[in-house]
Design a protein around this ligand. Structure first.
Ligand code: GLU
Length: 550
């Protein structure tokens, strides 16, 4: 009896690996095209760090006319949640990062290299496990959990390296006959790699981000197929990335230390290994120190957070490009209106250590991006957001479409466009005073500044509305009239004059304008007051001023 008999006993029905090698041929892509993937477990949660990997993977694939696919790694079925796959797909979609192939819903997929869900690939893994068993490169291990536990305790007590290797790997030494007998006796088993490695030898590896690294060879007889018949991540990744013809594995650097094992798996399987790029995690400042941005502790770790507060997808992606390649920021300055897709992302320019998370920066990028939108786009995107997250805003925008676009258009499309909106959840606060329903309903006080005595305020407002306001004035005349009013009431026409001789005046034209601004909007900070008054129109301006006087 030989290994072939053993393999046939374990995986009687498994196909020859040639079948799969033919079924999933090399991809017919141009030279240099990168094939890469996002390979999450279907926990539904997408971490900002994962989105970061996606941005990078999709970008390098796109840049080289390659392929970016989505593979669901669901071999750890305890971690699964309902709609986990759908949530991942939706998150990628929310950020404009749809894969070229892979899962498209919980059960559907597109592409010729599937199934793209590991639990559906059981027989493929078994075929490759059989192939290894046939050559004596993998074997059934009959150790129970208690036995493995015992081994670990002994190792701990003796202060030696833990694991199933060398003299500890007791099942690797059974003869084929013994193994066959045990299986026939009904003993439970899993499949392990018979590692050819030696811990005292080193392997050299070139990582596309981390550079040259060396590690001791792997000598652990790791589990390939678990008791439930499903593979471990290590084995599945090797088989899948080979058969899906992945050229570049781009993943979190928590996997860097698995490189000796992974390269060994490719070697024993007879596969050409892919290139690896290990990405450092996004860090967060915490009590003067640094730690990884955490799913448990930081709400900003979930990509859903950005969708919820309404940061446009482009802003999140550009922020991530920014931390991926620090020259992105400069490129953006030089190409303010170019699609980010035109930027050339380089893996070898990525930082070896993790970038520090910076929400202020994200919002700053976002603010600039939104400031370049046309009013109609601001209207459409904020309405889209409001439909999901803010019914009142939705109604406000739906009911007043043309009006709202005019409001958004204040100080837009200029050299120095307004930058008051950095996320869609800011919109209501920034524009609500332009809507009478809300303006009249809200009980906010009028908070005046310099001019703050009731009598004086009323004098300014009364004079203005009776003798100076005319809706048809152009901006220059409008402002000149405010200057005239200022002069009449004892304020300087120019700020400068007041500063030179403060004792001569009650204040300056700015104080008078502020008084009007607060009366009309209840805000001290607004975009251009002239444009606001134009949009409100004389009837509403008068109403508001009368209301303020009362
Ligand atoms: N399922 C693994 C994870 O979520 C994938 C790692 C990889 O990209 O290979 O960490």
């Amino acid at each position: 009896m030989d290994y072939k008999d053993l393999a046939n006993l374990i995986y009687k029905d498994a196909k020859n690996i040639e079948y799969y090698e033919e079924k999933y041929p090399e991809r017919n892509l141009e030279e240099g095209a990168i094939v890469t993937r996002f390979a999450p477990s279907p926990t539904g949660f997408v971490h900002l760090g994962s989105l970061y990997q996606v941005v990078i993977a999709k970008k390098v694939a796109e840049q080289t006319n390659g392929v970016f696919f989505l593979r669901i790694e669901d071999t750890d079925q305890e971690r699964e949640v309902e709609n986990g796959v759908t949530n991942i797909i939706n998150s990628l979609h929310d950020f404009g990062l749809n894969p070229d192939e892979g899962m498209t819903s919980e059960t559907n997929e597109s592409g010729k290299y599937g199934p793209y869900k590991q639990s559906l690939r059981k027989e493929i893994y078994q075929a490759y496990a059989k192939y290894l068993i046939e050559q004596g490169k993998a074997y059934p291990c009959f150790c129970s959990e208690e036995e493995i536990d015992k081994i670990r305790k002994k190792q701990e007590a003796a202060k030696i390296r833990p694991g199933y290797y060398g003299i500890w790997a007791k099942c690797r030494n059974y003869t084929v006959e013994e193994m066959i007998q045990k299986i026939k006796n009904g003993e439970k088993y899993i499949i392990r790699l018979k590692s050819p490695g030696n811990e005292s030898r080193k392997i050299k590896h070139h990582d596309l981000i981390k550079g040259n690294v060396d590690f001791p060879e792997n000598d652990q007889d790791i589990v390939l197929i678990k008791a439930d018949g499903l593979p471990t991540y290590h084995f599945a990744h090797a088989v899948d990335d080979h058969l899906m013809r992945t050229t570049h594995v781009i993943r979190g650097d928590e996997w860097l230390s698995s490189i000796p094992l992974h390269l060994q798996l490719f070697q024993v399987l007879g596969f050409k290994p892919p290139k690896y790029a290990h990405i450092a995690p996004i860090m967060k400042e915490d009590n003067g120190g640094k730690r990884k941005l955490s799913k448990r502790k930081d709400k900003e770790a979930a990509v859903g957070y950005y969708t919820e507060i309404g940061v446009p997808k482009q802003a999140v992606v550009e922020y991530l490009l920014n931390i991926a390649n620090s020259n992105f920021e400069n490129w953006r300055k030089q190409n303010p209106d170019t699609d980010y897709k035109a930027f050339d992302l380089q893996l070898n320019k990525m930082s070896v250590s993790g970038a520090l998370f910076d929400l202020v920066k994200i919002l700053d990028i976002s603010k600039t991006i939104i400031s370049k939108y046309k009013a109609k786009q601001v209207y459409e995107e904020s309405l889209e957001w409001a439909k999901r997250y803010d019914k009142e805003l939705e109604e406000m925008l739906e009911k007043n479409k043309e009006y709202s676009i005019r409001v958004f258009n204040i100080e837009r499309e200029s050299n120095k466009p307004r930058k008051d909106i950095s996320k869609w959840s800011d919109v209501k606060r920034e524009i609500e005073y332009m809507y009478d329903d809300i303006f009249n309903k809200n009980n906010e006080e009028y908070i005046y500044q310099k001019i703050n005595e009731k009598e004086e305020i009323n004098k300014v407002l009364n004079e203005y509305i009776s003798n100076y306001y005319n809706e048809n004035d152009d901006k220059e005349i409008w402002f000149n009239k405010i200057k005239d009013l200022s002069e009449k009431l004892g304020y300087s026409r120019e700020v400068k004059e007041y500063k030179q001789n403060p004792e001569k005046y009650k204040g300056h034209v700015g104080d008078v304008s502020m008084c009007l601004r607060v009366a009309i909007t209840k805000r001290q900070n607004t975009p251009d007051l002239y444009e606001i008054m134009k949009i409100l129109g004389s009837k509403r301006v008068a109403e508001r001023i009368v209301k303020a006087i009362k």
